[in-house]
Design a protein around this ligand. Structure first.
Ligand code: 1PZ
Length: 206
């Protein structure tokens, strides 16, 4: 039982992205299952529970968008068809559209990837530098002043790296392997979603 994924959230997250990565790397590109993508992104939500109250608003926003994709996946089976439908309805950039939510959720995954990359190379026990860099790189260009200020303040309330790993039921060594797994497997998935947008000239910087 000790190695079960239930009590090791990082394993579950990494494993679910490894499955998506296999699809993302197919040549020619396959049609990624929308439900599988949504469930993998939903696994990531447990990280918010480890970050404390300051990131509640980020959690709510992220979870609502993932839930929208999960709900949509009941009638639209793949990510490409989800995007195609919004193109046909001219709702790609409409607030709350599946395609718009997909782009936001993709950024959430990208932020976690950059965070993990930085955690792997940062000495010491603070998460603040890694988290700040990840936010600055992925989200800050798309957020207004008020949100950026709130996030910057929240960075001071983050748990330490060892507190975070303890909550995730990992030690330094076991966590390292899972962080590396996620960094490796999320990259092609992020790329896949970005290609869905750029191949249809939808842009990804909005
Ligand atoms: C240690 C890690 C620290 C994590 C810090 C996470 C910082 C993210 C802060 C995001 C605040 C989000 C507030 C809401 C923003 C919305 O305006 C936008 C646009 O939404 P729309 O107009 O399309 O409805 N939403 C977003 O940009 C998506 C935000 C998702 C945040 C996910 C972060 C994932 C990181 C998880 C790390 C555990």
């Amino acid at each position: 039982m000790g190695s079960s994924e239930a009590d090791k959230p990082l394993r579950r997250i990494a494993a679910s992205f490894e499955e998506l990565a296999a699809v993302a790397k197919q040549q020619p590109p396959g049609a990624m299952d929308a439900a599988a993508f949504s469930r993998a992104c939903s696994n990531v939500s447990v990280l918010f529970g480890c970050l404390g109250i300051a990131f509640k608003f980020a959690e709510k926003d992220y979870v609502a968008k993932v839930d929208d994709l999960l709900e949509a996946s009941k009638s639209i089976s793949t990510l490409p068809s989800m995007v195609e439908l919004d193109i046909q309805k001219d709702t790609v950039r409409t607030v709350g559209s599946h395609t718009r939510n997909l782009l936001r959720v993709k950024r959430g995954i990208d932020m976690v990837k950059v965070l993990f990359e930085k955690m792997l190379v940062t000495e010491g026990n603070s998460l603040r530098d890694a988290a700040s860099v990840a936010y600055a790189q992925v989200f800050a260009p798309h957020h207004g002043w008020a949100i950026r200020k709130a996030v910057a303040a929240g960075m001071y309330t983050l748990p330490s790296k060892s507190q975070l790993l303890k909550k995730l039921n990992e030690d330094e060594e076991s966590a390292k392997a899972q962080l590396q797994n996620f960094v490796r497997s999320s990259a092609p998935v992020i790329r896949y979603v970005e290609d869905l947008f750029t191949s249809r000239n939808l842009g990804i910087d909005w």
